[in-house]
Design a protein around this ligand. Sequence first.
Ligand SMILES: [Zn+2]
Length: 364
Amino acid sequence: MFSSVDKDPRPYLKVEIFGVDFFGLLDSGASQTVIGKAGWDKLLNFGLSMETCKNSIRVANGGQCDVLGVVDLPIRLNEKIRVIRTWVVLDIEAEIIFGIDFWRDMDIVSDFSDSSWKFKNELKMSPNLGCARGVKHGKSHVVPDALSRAIALISVTDTSLDNWYIRLKRNIIEHPNKYPKFKLRDGNIYKFVNFGHPTLDERDDWKLVVPKTLRRDVLHECHDDPSAGHLGIFKTQKRITNCYFWPGMGADIARYVRACEVCKAQKPEQRRPYVQERLRKTYGEVAQRYNRLRRRPVTLSIGQVVWKRNYTLSDAAEYYASKLAPKFIKCRVLKRLSTNVYELADFGTGRSLGTWHIKDIKLN
Ligand SMILES: [Zn+2]
């Protein structure tokens, strides 16, 4: 149910910021969440750092109000915490006005007919997230669409955070100036990563920072999933760095792809060490067989009958004769001149045919 404040008929929502209760006005006409003087006074003791900005906003009565600055506030609604970028406008009376950014980031829907609201349970699909698919992690899952167009496959929820992520988030909130490349949106951390080439949309350069607990899911989604198609290391890296960031992600991706059982079984190029091993083994076998055949030590004895390769003359006059000439001529071994060289004699006439290498001699 909505809360009400001072008989004000408008819908209020009770939230908690740094453990302090706030009653915020749910204003579907406001594009931005705004904290007024009463709310800001409550937060002064928390040493929040505010980014100054030279904006002004138009309020309901038509007047212009100066924006003192912006601050990222971790707002808790029931069990859900989202860091909402909030404008500080001291001219506003309400403690806090929740704009549509809050509605969207908190994923709430309201029914004014019975003054109720609830968290939207179904996964919200953002139209410009072509690859959006629901991966459920814990109770709530949200596809944020504010900063990065690429995030889609996973969403960081309160149940999926690890200490590294929580510490980073706290540091970003407390010392935003020390983390200029990080931003919080929808409770998620984004990092600005530009690889030096221009991108069409700056939002593409903001990558969703992945907590340790979800990195395996990202790897799985971007490599193993049927739609991911088991791409190689470089393509998987490209796909993941498009959307996500975590320290050491390159090595993690390479290790993951190399260890993929499906890839090992299907794609030869993925298993270079294996292939090399096979090649080495096969070469060894072939070479052994080759050597066994070619270098088989043969010793011919004197008087042994063998066949000598018949090198015929190749000039035109002898052409037909050479075509018809026998390939081998029957001989006898006359003399052994060295390990591989023998003097042969014609089998019929006994006339010496000169010296021949073992490669031209065939056994009978
Ligand atoms: Zn694979």
